[in-house]
Write a protein of this length. Structure first.
Ligand code: ADP
Length: 997
């Protein structure tokens, strides 16, 4: 076997790399031979010995080096265990199905395992047994005791693979766990504590967010670090999912949308536009009739701008002459010299729609229709010039200027909101179609993933688009939500010390994997030579003709009892094919990607004689299609793609579903000029020429090798575009990512530290000097201001004589205050219960971080939206975003610290302690006549949070004696003794902060 592989491995970089690994394959097999004579226990003992040895190495780098050395032997142990399981023929259950073990690792699988261990992507075709491949590096890396994760695409596969491969791990003495959607935190923690853990990307990601953004103590966190992860279907997770981040959200406090208000008007506007476009299309038809192709083309181009899916337009695009005229008009308008004309053309419509970028734009006419009295209501004011004008006006006093500016700003904000709402509604009506991008279910709009066709309940389009679609469909408009915690899947996986991936299709995206994730791809040869026949695409003028041809091909295979797998790009298309098959009375299964378990079963049966299975692209992924009896003689499974996908990778995946492990199989794609891919990105001009040359008849098809090339060119163009979009999303997210890391690290330090007081003191050390500088470093040092701040924040009872700020430098004053504050704080704490005070200290910081971080996330969302408006002012939104995000972050950190200071003396573990503390304060601070002020012998009454007030005596400049009305901020709300403690410790209140109360 090795020789067969070696023969194939020459030349390319990939082959050289694999060739270098080949000697290890030989060594693994030699070890495997030797191990045959060992007893089960002796084999198993190796696991414990390695674990023991590795646990003594504390440096992770050093551990990795050691793993490298034991790799051949460890892989051989796994292979040998697999051999024993196979010989034994014990039966076990996997997802409630009885099973026996029937696999021993092939040589190519050993190669794949090595690639994964190196932290790379192993591209292995479908059916090559990636599930088994992963056992090798998972076993090896789990020996470190730091956890190895396998990431699957759905819960069902996580459970199936954990139970199935678990046979091998438990045989060898390792523990294996599996994360499932409905598990409670305790169960999750146990799963993560296992040597190897299986789970889906979103479960891993959400656990990370909950652990780091919400859990308030170590005991409440479930994960235990990010050491090694293998991502199955890595392309789907790192590339397709790259657009939607994981978000934990709660309802927003305010909602500003006006979708209901605008909906009737927008409906009218869309209707008017449809009428206008239909009229223009009729005029165009007449013009074409009269031989005026130029006018016809121009008119239809306009229709295309205003209603890209206009029926007459689509029909005309089938006619080569008209098509050419329209393309010509379009091309000519996009030259620089005709910009003005293009603008005019757009102004003849009510709005324009850009299908490619999903944007809608109102024209002057459209604006007037929506708001006849004030068409400017939809134009953002030029704030910068307005501000400059205000600044230059010498007649205005400064306060007037500020007032005017803030009025303009408010106006601008409300216009922006309005424009945003309208643009969203137009997109909802003109670009988003029911049953394509979304479905309506139980009075809810549910997004359909464009790649998988899966419904994604719970996910929402952002920026109010979801609400616009809800308004359009007349379902309940859900409140805007506020992000509590968010991360992209990509950034979650970047946390791992070592990351690897496997998939059947990575090669076309190798550059992206390398650039963004530093992941290199190695293509592993198949165990047996591939016998699949990939036919040339068949290209038709219209979708109708294309689908008829698809049905004919299915009929042929079905008559011959050859199984067929039909791949579609959308739910809509799969339903169309299903209806057509019903008419032909051909029994079939439709996979809409709803129930993973049933899905897997249907896919499993897809290779039986005469079966017809219709599936959206990734439905039932991860399930292998085995051929039924006699099917191989009929040519194996036949795969039919009803459309080329935007990404070549997805097409390759579909093709790869047949001809596994050397089986026979065939694949073919059907394409029509009306497909979105061809309309938007096809070399339109060239296609038109082709159609002319061949003078296509109804139902006639084109088929040629170089036509495949032009389809591929279109795909490459889209891939490139989508890559740039993803990169951009990531660039924006990187900013958030850095901030998140800083905040989460701080948060975890606070949770973990044995000495939270040190954290508190650090805050004092940093925040106090900044405040002092703020007051004293201006042109005029503001001593009274500083005094005021100190006295409302801390119970220091300073007055002019005692403070003597004037006699010290800025730094000395800071030092002076820091000492005083720390001293007072120590005294306060002395009155409290020692363990409770630790929880309280943690709570004070965590509370400040969480509250302000969530506010910050909200502001960052707004900023992200806002910078795009600035894009109009010729500025790069990303740079603007980075600069402002940085400033906002600096402010956030300062605010958190100030909030900590503010709450330091306003929180207590119990009221008696607080009372004691107050009693210990100098008598002059406590005056009976200060409203609500406690006296030494009157009990403190807990009150609602209030602003700290300072009553000043004497001349009012802070010189006289000061008394504090120190409000008790009940950071700890009234809780029952048996309820969980609000400090987040997880204990009951009576056993925690409430113990001495
Ligand atoms: P992939 O994920 O690569 O498409 P799977 O892990 O689903 O492939 O495995 C495909 C099929 O191949 C499974 O039914 C599995 O039992 C079988 N298989 C994998 N490796 C071996 C092996 N070494 N020997 C025998 N059968 C194997």
């Amino acid at each position: 076997m090795v020789n067969w592989i070696l023969k194939k491995l020459f030349g390319s970089k990939n082959q050289r790399e694999l060739r270098r690994m080949a000697p290890n394959v030989r060594r693994i097999n030699e070890f495997d031979e030797q191990f045959k004579s060992l007893s089960d226990n002796a084999l198993r003992a190796k696991t414990a010995a390695w674990k023991e040895e590795l646990s003594k190495i504390s440096d992770p780098e050093e551990q990795l080096r050691r793993l490298e050395q034991i790799l051949p032997e460890a892989f051989a142990v796994v292979k040998n265990a697999a051999r024993r399981l196979k010989e034994r023929q014990d039966s076990f259950t996997v997802c409630d199905q009885p099973m026996t073990w029937d696999m021993v690792h092939f040589d190519v699988q050993l190669l794949g395992g090595m690639v994964l261990h190196r932290g790379r992507i192993a591209e292995m075709a479908t059916g090559e047994g990636k599930t088994l491949v992963a056992t090798l590096p998972l076993y090896l890396n789990a020996l470190t005791g730091r956890g190895a994760h396998l990431v699957t695409v759905n819960d069902y596969l996580a459970r199936r693979d954990a139970e199935w491969m678990g046979q091998l791990y438990t045989f060898l003495g390792l523990t294996v766990g599996c994360i499932q959607h409905d598990q409670e935190p305790d169960v999750r923690r146990q799963q993560y504590a296992c040597d190897i853990t299986y789970g889906t990307n979103s479960e891993f990601g959400f656990d990370y967010l909950r652990d780091n953004g919400m859990a308030t103590s170590r005991e409440l966190q479930v994960q235990r670090g990010y050491h090694f992860a293998i991502v199955d279907e890595v392309d789907s997770i790192l590339i397709d999912e790259a657009r939607t981040p994981l978000i934990i959200s709660g309802p927003a406090t305010i909602s500003t949308h006006q979708y209901d208000k605008w909906k009737p008007l927008i409906e009218q506007l869309v209707r008017k536009q449809t009428m206008l476009c239909n009229r223009m299309a009729s005029e165009a038809a007449e013009a074409f009739e009269k031989g005026d192709a130029e006018l016809g083309g121009r008119l239809m181009f306009k229709v295309k701008l205003g209603q890209p899916r206009n029926k007459q337009l689509l029909r005309m695009m089938e006619d080569p002459d008209k098509r050419r005229a329209i393309d010509k008009a379009e091309l000519s308008f996009y030259t620089d010299t005709r910009k003005e004309e293009l603008f005019q053309l757009k102004e003849e419509l009510f709005f324009t729609i850009d299908e490619k970028s999903n944007e809608a734009d109102l024209s002057e006419q459209g604006r007037t229709f929506l708001n006849p009295d004030d068409p400017n209501a939809f134009v953002l004011p030029d704030l910068i010039s307005e501000f400059t004008e205000i600044d230059l006006d010498t007649t205005l006093p400064d306060e007037e200027k500020d007032k005017k500016k803030s009025e303009r700003q408010e106006l601008c904000d409300s216009q922006a909101e309005r424009i945003h709402n309208i643009s969203n509604l137009l997109r909802a009506y003109c670009v988003f179609d029911k049953d394509v991008q979304y479905v309506v279910e139980d009075n809810k709009v549910v997004i359909v993933d464009e790649f998988t066709g899966r419904k994604m309940p719970g996910r929402r389009w952002s920026d109010g688009l979801h609400q616009a679609v809800e308004a359009k469909e007349g379902v309940q408009i859900d409140r805007e939500t506020q992000t509590l915690a968010t991360i992209t899947i990509q950034n979650y996986f970047r946390l791992y010390q070592k990351l690897a991936g496997m998939t059947g299709t990575a090669e076309t995206e190798a550059a992206e994997f390398h650039d963004i994730y530093k992941l290199d791809v190695n293509v592993i040869p198949t165990n047996r030579p591939v016998a699949r026949k990939d036919a040339n695409d068949r290209i038709y003028k219209t979708r109708r003709e294309k689908y008829n041809a698809v049905i004919n091909e299915i009929k042929e295979h079905h008559a011959n009892q050859q199984p067929v797998l039909v791949g579609t790009v959308s739910v809509e298309a799969s339903e169309l094919v299903s209806r057509m098959l019903k008419r032909e009375k051909i029994p079939h299964n439709v996979l809409n990607a709803k129930f993973h378990m049933q899905e897997a079963e249907i896919v499993q049966r897809a290779g039986q004689p005469g079966t017809v299975t219709i599936s959206t692209n990734m439905a039932g992924r991860g399930t292998d299609i085995k051929l039924g009896a006699g099917v191989a003689d009929k040519g194996g499974l036949s795969v039919i793609g009803t459309e080329r996908h935007e990404a070549r990778r997805i097409d390759r995946q579909l093709r790869g579903r047949c001809a596994r492990q050397g089986d026979p199989g065939a694949s073919r794609f059907y394409v029509s000029f009306e497909d979105d891919l061809m309309r938007n990105f096809g070399a339109a001009d060239r296609m038109t020429k082709i159609m002319e040359r061949f003078g296509l008849e109804e139902g006639q098809e084109l088929e040629h090798r170089w036509l495949n090339k032009s389809v591929e060119t279109a795909q490459k163009r889209v891939e490139q575009r989508n890559y740039l979009i993803r990169k951009r999303t990531l660039d924006f997210d990187d900013v958030m990512n850095m901030q998140r890391e800083v905040v989460y690290t701080w948060r975890n330090d606070v949770i973990d530290t044995e000495d939270p007081r040190a954290e508190i003191f650090e805050v004092i050390d940093e925040a106090v000097p900044n405040k002092v500088k703020e007051y004293l470093e201006g042109e005029e040092p503001n001593y009274a201001g500083l005094m005021n701040w100190v006295n409302v924040t801390f119970p220091l009872g300073l007055n002019k004589e005692r403070a003597q700020f004037e006699t010290r430098s800025v730094e000395e004053n800071a030092k002076f205050l820091i000492e005083k504050i720390k001293d007072a704080y120590q005294r306060k704490s002395n009155h409290e219960e020692p363990t409770a005070v630790k929880s309280l200290e943690r709570y004070i910081i965590l509370n400040a971080i969480d509250r302000l971080w969530q506010e910050h996330l909200y502001a960052m969302d707004a900023l992200r939206e806002g910078v795009y408006l600035r894009g109009y002012a010729q500025k790069d939104p990303l740079i603007e975003y980075k600069t402002e995000a940085y400033d906002m972050f600096v402010e956030l950190m300062a605010n958190i610290k100030n909030e900590v200071l503010h709450n330091l003396f306003r929180s207590t573990t119990n009221l008696r302690a607080f009372e004691d503390f107050l009693g210990s304060l100098p008598q002059f601070l406590l005056r009976e006549d200060a409203p609500g002020a406690p006296t030494a012998n009157a009990p403190v009454r807990a009150r609602q949070p209030a602003m700290a007030g300072v009553a000043m005596d004497g001349d009012g400049d802070g010189a006289g004696e000061v008394s504090i009305d120190l409000p008790v901020r009940r950071s700890l709300p009234k809780v029952g003794r048996n309820e969980p403690c609000p400090c987040g410790s997880g204990k009951k209140y009576k056993n925690c902060c409430g113990r001495t109360a």
